[in-house]
Write a protein that binds this ligand. Structure first.
Ligand code: ADP
Length: 478
């Protein structure tokens, strides 16, 4: 949950969802492991439970729980302190190598979260879990083992942010869950002989959501289902896609504190000041006529940046500038470092930098998202808001949130390329550059269309509100 612990869009979504629900009047409590990144924030949270006894399987251990009240939003955030599990440099891995005890860590977290509920003053209507790391409480609820009375009438929602990450572990870890043996079956948590924590959410939740309507359909197919398509198809009547929104208190060019100059759809020309600032910051030539392309991404296979590596030499011989911000697979990072040494119009910032991310989104003319698959994607929506025209692969939430100018020039907001190939990607970039250089009025119209669209959470939150309301109105569970 941003800003406590973030690897990508899930953190932004959990933060926005919680805060917007709270603004609607819901009592929202978020439970997180007390990661090192949170300790380093020096929030001085209060001790909520000094010694919480947590039983995992046959073993009993304990932890401390802290409470941090977000004054502005009213959300209570609980940190589960178990230093040997969570006070580490990474969340799930170090240098791209997963921690060996991830199953143990997140099984512990699940039990701690359930037991911590015993200390809440009111009953919990909805338990909303995100991805494999927090899926297990849903199965614990179903099995009804040592469940506090606060969770007796609770309905569960499980959100799949990325089916590519399933929390699959050696089967011996199953005994740590404390679940009855019949839960280790193909209709339960077993996945090809392994323990699959994501299945706890997929099989036992009352409702499964995913982060875009298109991804909800895609994950029921072999191409995108990562082997889970069969069970997802079986649960299709309980599976819905709700597009993520953007948090306009953080992502809004009219008041973004990371920017040198503010602008909106009525003052688009001021965006140029952000462009020149970005050029200066990244040691590029100060030239507003040259199209500036931006990219911000985790550099992993899913995101398609290996394809960008092969496209870059051809593209960089044109009059363009390119700024990339990212971390990820060391081999890919190395390739981008090499390219930046060869081409003065390509700049690579290898690292994680929240401020620079805002400046790239604001200062670029074009933003690329070449993902092979993309459950929702946020950067295309940030780009739309900041008048930066997105070029995206037509998949998942990218398909749902960008309107291709090829279909309708006057209402389009970006460019979609499909099928996924280097040649097709290059072709679409070149066409877009030509448009930028030769069709100024049209370019402004496309920017304007995107900036005027409402992708805010204020707009989306009602879908979750309605979903919760429908669930709690049901007398029996789905
Ligand atoms: P995913 O969650 O798969 O990484 P999303 O597009 O949903 O992809 O969300 C990515 C989020 O992470 C965005 O807020 C983006 O700005 C941010 N981000 C990704 N890499 C970096 C980076 N190196 N530095 C700063 N922010 C980053």
């Amino acid at each position: 949950m941003f800003p406590y612990a973030k690897t990508g869009g899930l953190a932004d979504m959990v933060a926005s969802l919680s805060r917007h629900l709270s603004h609607l009047g819901h009592d929202v409590k978020v439970i997180l492991p007390y990661y090192r990144s949170i300790k380093e924030m020096k929030l001085l949270p209060e001790i909520f439970i000094d010694n919480l006894v947590v039983k995992t399987g046959k073993e009993s251990t304990n932890c401390k729980i802290y409470e941090h009240l977000e004054v502005d939003s009213g959300v209570s955030v609980y940190f589960v302190e178990k230093n040997e599990y969570f006070n580490r440099s990474g969340f799930y891995n170090d240098s791209n190598i997963d921690y060996k005890d991830n199953a143990e860590r997140f099984i512990f977290f699940a039990h701690a979260a359930v037991q911590l509920s015993r200390y809440f003053k009111s009953n919990i209507d909805i338990l909303h879990c995100h991805d494999w790391q927090s899926a297990l409480p849903i199965a614990l609820l179903k099995a009804d083992i040592n469940i506090p009375e606060q969770l007796n009438k609770t309905h569960s929602v499980f959100t799949i942010h990325n089916l590519g990450y399933q929390g699959n572990f050696d089967s011996y870890n199953f005994s740590k869950t404390g679940l009855p043996t019949e839960y280790f079956s193909t209709e339960g948590l077993e996945f090809y002989g392994q323990l699959s924590l994501i299945k706890a959410g997929i099989i036992y939740s009352d409702i499964i959501t995913t982060v875009s309507p298109n991804y909800a359909k895609e994950i029921q197919t072999e191409d995108y289902g990562f082997g889970m398509e069969g069970i997802l198809k079986k649960r299709k009547n309980h599976l819905i896609g709700i597009l993520n929104g953007i948090d306009e208190s953080i992502w809004n060019p009219a008041k973004d504190p990371c920017l040198i100059c503010h602008f909106d759809h009525t003052t688009i020309e001021k965006k140029k000041i952000c462009k020149v600032n970005l050029q200066e910051k990244m040691s590029l030539n100060r030239n507003t006529a040259t199209p500036l392309i931006g990219g911000i991404s985790r550099l992993i296979h899913q995101k398609g940046y290996d394809m960008v590596v092969s496209a870059l030499p051809g593209l960089l011989s044109h009059d363009i500038q390119f700024v990339l911000l990212g971390t990820g697979e060391p081999a890919l990072e190395e390739k981008f470092n090499q390219i930046s040494k060869q081409y003065s119009n390509f700049k690579f910032y290898n690292g994680y930098n929240e401020t620079l991310a805002h400046q790239i989104i604001a200062g670029s003319d074009i933003f690329i998202i070449p993902s092979r698959y993309e459950p929702c994607g946020l950067t295309q929506m940030y780009s739309l808001k900041y008048g930066t025209i997105p070029i995206v692969n037509a998949t998942g939430g990218l398909e749902d949130s960008v309107r291709d100018i090829k279909n309708n020039l006057s209402t389009g907001t970006g460019i979609k390329f499909s099928p996924f190939s280097t040649a097709n990607f290059i072709f679409n970039i070149i066409k877009t550059i030509e448009l930028y250089k030769n069709e100024k009025n049209l370019w402004y119209k496309i920017m304007y269309n995107g900036m005027k669209e409402n992708h805010s959470w204020q707009h989306r939150i009602l879908q979750y509100h309605d979903l919760y309301r429908n669930l709690t109105r049901k007398i029996t569970k789905a």
